[in-house]
Design a protein around this ligand. Structure first.
Ligand code: XLS
Ligand code: NI
Ligand code: NI
Length: 442
């Protein structure tokens, strides 16, 4: 075991980010995120439970398929894996506390490199989670969720729990066991499964049914292990339709809900909805939130945005108030997130190379959510939005429509009713009016 090493300051020119209100000229201040401000009965901090994604913010280097790193991160310079992990964690906690967000999220390998064997990986994780525990205790920062990276290592090229080779499935199990142990040790409130390679590239070499059965068996085991070892939080599945696999089994919220129902996992698993994954699945963010909320499985959010002109997970920081306001309408009406929070699964652009850019990106994203929450709440409280939507359905509030909705009519009743109707009067959906209401309140 290496000794614990003291911290140095990485973001020297930046002090704690504070709320300064809408009119401030200070780029290092919140204009809308006032963590104690009460909106619809809860503080902003409680609504969002903002979290920093360790992988993007501490280990992202600006690489892309056409070029190497552009971002020099001083905490990644040491070649000793233990020292590097300590430096990274010092930088993480300095960043998180200066930003003033309450949570962080990690994959096992974000914390420390895995080394050359499972024994070494396990020992390294034990070491760094001891250090993390001290950091959490000293700062009050908490772990929103932990996860295992079951997609980067070459062993996972054909999948993790859905790999056709049991050796790989077993290693994936070992990795999840360690990641769950780490999450439990750090008081993690949730645990995430994102199945990046749980899918396939070609059906020609794939037994899809067998792979899906294996996925369910694996998730059951993980659930049982977690519960037996004191994990009382939520397990989340994060849907995404593609990338890196061509076909991913957790395609979208509806697909995952069907899977959870089929395999009787719906009581322990909820969903982590990511904006850019929703758009890759040809849905809107608010659609995915609504599907999850309607099935009581809206657990958490991975905040980011895609790009309108291309089709991959660009993981940009959120900027679109019109989009996030619509999402906040769903969030407020559904009663909020079940156990989760808003994790910035977003990265700087490759040419954003100053350390301070990390702050500016998060401040922008946090403010967009805060501002959109305020707007959405005003819409619900002050505009005719709810009434207008409700009125579209008022033919089901009485008479034959109500009988239908209550399940008290048969098909012949619809025939009789239709026969007596001389003509169907067209009723406008008023989409433009709804859109104008959103803009009116922005
Ligand atoms: C990738 C996913 C990933 C998960 C965590 O697209 O968003 O970052 O959130 O494994
Ligand atoms: Ni994500
Ligand atoms: Ni993603």
């Amino acid at each position: 075991m290496k000794p614990l090493i003291g911290s140095k300051e990485y973001f020297k020119n930046i002090s704690k980010i504070e709320y300064e209100g809408r009119d401030t000229d200070n780029p290092f201040a919140y204009r809308f995120y006032n963590k104690n401000k009460i909106i619809a009965g809860k503080s902003m901090q409680e609504h969002f439970k903002f979290a920093i994604a360790y992988w993007h913010s501490l280990t992202g280097l600006g690489t892309d398929p056409f070029g190497s790193s552009t971002q020099q991160l001083p905490w990644l310079e040491d070649i000793d894996p233990y020292k590097k992990a300590i430096d990274k964690m010092d930088a993480a906690f300095e960043f998180i506390t200066k930003l003033g967000v309450p949570y962080y999220c990690f994959h096992d390998v974000d914390l420390i490199e895995e080394g050359n064997s499972l024994e070494e990986f396990t020992e390294r994780l034990n070491f760094i989670t001891d250090y993390a525990k001290n950091k959490q205790d000293a700062s009050g920062v908490r772990l929103l969720w932990g996860t295992a990276n079951l997609f980067s290592h070459p062993r996972y090229m054909n999948g993790a729990s859905t790999n056709p080779d049991f050796d790989v499935v077993a290693f994936a199990g070992a990795q999840v066991k360690n990641a769950l142990d780490a999450t439990i040790k750090l008081g993690g409130e949730n645990y995430v499964f994102w199945g990046g390679r749980e899918g396939y590239m070609s059906l020609l070499n794939t037994n899809m049914k067998r792979e899906l059965d294996h996925l369910a068996t694996f998730l059951c085991m993980c659930r049982d292990y977690g519960r037996a070892n004191g994990f009382t939080g939520n397990f989340f599945i994060e849907p995404k339709p593609m990338e890196p696999s061509k076909h991913q089994y957790d395609f979208d919220a509806a697909t995952v809900i069907g899977f959870l129902q089929k395999y009787d996992l719906i009581d322990d698993f909820k969903l982590n909805i990511e904006v850019n994954h929703a758009t890759l699945a040809m849905h809107t963010f608010e659609h995915e939130l609504q599907v999850a909320a309607d099935h009581d499985v809206l657990g958490s959010i991975d905040a980011n945005r895609g790009d309108y002109q291309n089709g991959w997970d660009t993981d940009q920081f959120p900027v679109d108030i019109f989009e996030i306001t619509q999402a906040m309408l769903v969030l407020l009406q559904s009663g909020g997130l079940n156990g989760g929070g808003v994790n910035f699964d977003a990265k700087l652009r490759r040419n954003s190379t100053d350390l301070e850019d990390l702050f500016l990106a998060h401040i922008g994203g946090i403010d967009v959510f805060a501002r959109s929450l305020i707007i959405a709440n005003n819409i619900l409280e002050e505009s005719p939005y709810l009434e207008l939507r409700k009125n579209r359905y008022n033919s089901f509030d009485s008479g034959a429509g109500k009988d239908f909705e209550d399940g008290n009519s048969i098909l012949e009743d619809l025939f009789k009713y239709a026969l007596n109707k001389q003509e169907i009067k067209l009723k406008s959906g008023k989409q433009e009016l709804f859109e104008n209401i959103i803009n009116q309140f922005i």
